[in-house]
Ligand binder design. Sequence first.
Ligand code: KIV
Length: 275
Amino acid sequence: MYKHLQERYAPRPPVNVASLMRMKSEGEKIACITAYDASFATLVDDAGADLVLVGDSLGMVIQGHDTTVPVTLNDVIYHCQAVARGLYRPFLMADMPFMTYASREQALENAVRLMQEGGAKIVKLEGGAGQVEIVEFLASHDIAVCAHLGLKPQSVHKVGGFRVQGRDEAAAEQMLRDAKALEGAGADVVLLECIPAKLGAEITKALHVPVIGIGAGPDTDGQILVLYDVLNITAGRKPRFSKDFMLGNASPLEAVKAYVQAVKSREYPGPEHCF
Ligand code: KIV
């Protein structure tokens, strides 16, 4: 059955790389959020999210680990399958967990599993200059890739904590170079985490592909948050960039709708969420 042809002419056709590019060029902000199961996938779809990430943040918010390092490929595949069953319109992105893309061949094999078994349409990996070859290899096999720069949670033990990245001039210049190199290698989306707003704006302006930010200021092409932060489910201290959208909203659906609306209207992030 040619489901894609039916979907293309639906009132709200499924989001893909081309629609993300169009949103960037038309200046429409891209509203992204994480999800880990079918019920929440349907909820964030109903709320109008454009892109849903099955993030390895599941290691922290679902499994209760302190970091994303223990998450395995099978964990992401399991949650991705559940999310895929509940999703219709948003573009489905899956994280490649720690050490699942250490070589080109390993990256290809695991990206294929995320797509074929998990139902992902784009894979995300954390990396800078060192991952250019991997991104190029995946792109040469027509796999859609998102490159995650800035704070890279899988490197937490090497970096020594969850800290804002790119604060000094040399680091900022390096990140801009890395972003351009990753785009040149074929990345379809770049995600920036926890960097100064000024650098977020600079990288977004320099790239042709959509740039999604989390703690990267108001000028990126889109925003992403962890669903459990949006719903204020996460216990304890929250990152500066997160916002509790349950405040003033009566249900999880209303809260996610408010988040999507706040991204689209540029009300979120405010200066208090930026570095
Ligand atoms: O794993 C995740 O949820 C992420 C987001 C924080 C961007 O990578």
